[in-house]
Design a protein around this ligand. Structure first.
Ligand code: UD1
Ligand code: CA
Length: 474
């Protein structure tokens, strides 16, 4: 108590922390992976919540309470810079906050978020902070009116108009009358830190799950004569949780459609956005056209004036301006220079770097390969571990033989070289500037600049052979 008095008298602005409850197993998902690492919008659910929280307070003031598969969760989210607190045994949302006591001690207020409700916005978090301060409340809960409130805790206000809340009642403990209440507890709260820890010991496990419910703090504070208020969000979509896979897919669809809307507003055309899968962190320039059934994943960046045709799946790739990607390309961890044309059905594996205005055509596979400005490999080709200069023409069916069964070797093709169709280039090998490789050659030795290399058996013709065979068969 003395501590509380001291704090409220001091003159510094209130120190605000954000605690994210993310220790639960997610039993209802029937998964071996922790709930908060399941992905929606191409990113772990918890990563969304952390990114939003980090727009309100610095990561050093964020405490993620983790438990189930804690090591994996910590590893996936280490780069976020937030603090982690271990709730080794998950004994309820109230228990999660008990465990975070020490981490939260230096703060005046804490905003509590649910690690499984990723659509919350920084503005709404800020409005909870402001409402809490304006009402000099001990506990503030964010609520929403849901058409289908099933499964959520219901809010019991002191009276219909009052901002003050008497208690929160969980679905399982609710009466038929209470189940009709559409105002639900979102699982987002503001607390006065000293008051929370002064009273959290009053929680009991006398309920359906034998857990400490954080929601019971509303009744606990009421009994102690402390003020509990509710702020209702105007956008119920923001508070939706993900207890089941079906709920997760609903959130995923909402998030992706919102992403498409954002891109449309920024000047990107997306035909049939419902069919496209565009991850949250993808960036696209103006006047680029995305055709139906395209997937843009991870931290893919697409420039302006590009066209990405249907059925292409592009991940962690940087695409410059004026690029055309014809249908059915699969592209991973690569770079594509401006004006390049890819596909249909090109497969760019990690480490491909396509130069300005270069072409990769149908059934061409590349890996760790740099293709210089204006170079072309238009048909049925494998280019692996290759360094290809500018203005090179790689004929149909060319193969870089980069693997000897033990090691990978490099193929170098210098500027202006012409590789005839159906050539096999056995690496390590270098084809000099401006030279020609005759079609169907097997090239095993370096070719100097400006020369012609043939590496195949001379053709023999046996005149009359077929006619003689037909006579013999009669
Ligand atoms: C909770 C609320 C409910 C509210 C709903 C909103 C309680 C008792 N109920 O129910 O009133 O309407 O959220 O979505 O709080 N967690 C821990 N440690 C634990 C238990 C849970 O960190 O010991 C985490 C979970 O990982 C999850 C969050 O807390 O991210 C909420 O827990 P969950 O079991 O999903 O609560 P709900 O049943 O959804
Ligand atoms: Ca939940």
């Amino acid at each position: 108590m003395a501590n509380t008095m001291q704090r409220s008298k001091s003159s510094h602005p209130p120190r605000v922390a954000i605690a994210i409850m993310a220790a639960g197993k997610g039993t209802r998902l029937k998964s071996k992976h922790p709930k908060v690492l399941h992905e929606i919008g191409g990113k772990p659910i918890l990563a969304h919540v952390i990114a939003t929280a980090a727009k309100v307070v610095p990561p050093t003031d964020i405490v993620a309470i983790i438990g189930h598969e804690a090591d994996r969760v910590r590893e996936v989210l280490a780069s976020s810079g937030v603090n982690f607190v271990l709730q080794a045994e998950q004994r309820g949302t109230g228990h999660a906050l008990m465990v975070a006591r020490e981490a939260l001690a230096p703060y005046d207020r804490v905003i509590v978020l649910s690690g499984d409700a990723p659509l919350i916005t920084p503005e709404t978090i800020q409005s909870v902070i402001d409402f809490h301060a304006a009402h000099k409340a001990t506990m503030t809960l964010l609520t929403a009116d849901l058409a289908n409130p099933f499964g959520y805790g219901r809010v019991l206000r002191k009276s219909a108009q009052s901002p003050e809340v008497r208690a929160i009642v969980e679905e399982k403990a609710s009466t038929a009358q209470q189940r009709k209440i559409q105002e639900i507890n979102s699982g987002f709260y503001g607390f006065s830190v000293p008051a929370l820890y002064e009273h959290i010991g009053s929680l009991s496990t006398d309920n359906a799950h034998h857990e400490y419910y954080l929601t019971d703090m509303a009744a606990v504070f009421n009994r102690a004569g402390k003020k509990v208020v509710a702020i209702k969000t105007s956008d119920p979509g923001e508070v939706l949780g993900s207890n089941t896979r079906a709920e997760m897919m609903d959130l995923d669809a909402l998030l992706r459609l919102a992403k498409c809307r954002q891109l449309l507003s920024e000047g990107v055309t997306i035909f049939y956005p419902q069919t496209c899968v565009i991850d949250s962190d993808v960036e696209i320039g103006t006047d680029t056209v995305i055709e139906p059934f395209v997937q843009l994943l991870g931290n893919t960046k697409v420039g302006s004036d590009c066209r990405i045709r249907s059925y292409s799946v592009i991940k962690n790739t940087e695409i410059a301006d004026h690029v055309t990607i014809l249908p059915g390309c699969v592209i991973d961890d690569s770079r594509v220079g401006s004006g390049a044309i890819l596909g249909p059905y090109s497969r760019l594996r990690p480490g491909t770097d396509v130069g300005e205005g270069a072409h990769l055509g149908n059934f061409v596979e590349t890996k760790k390969t740099r293709l210089g400005k204006g170079s072309k490999a238009n048909h049925l080709t494998y280019l692996g571990d290759a360094e290809i200069g500018e203005g090179v023409n790689v004929g149909a069916g060319t193969i870089t033989c980069n693997y000897d069964g033990v090691h990978k070797h490099k193929t170098v093709i210098e500027d202006g070289a012409f590789i005839g169709s159906d050539s096999t280039l056995v690496a390590p090998i270098k084809i000099g500037r401006g030279s020609y490789i005759a079609a169907a050659s097997c090239i095993t030795e370096d070719v100097p600049a400006d020369s012609l290399a043939l590496g195949r058996a001379r053709q023999t013709v046996k005149e009359g052979w077929a006619a003689a065979k037909r006579v013999a068969q009669k």
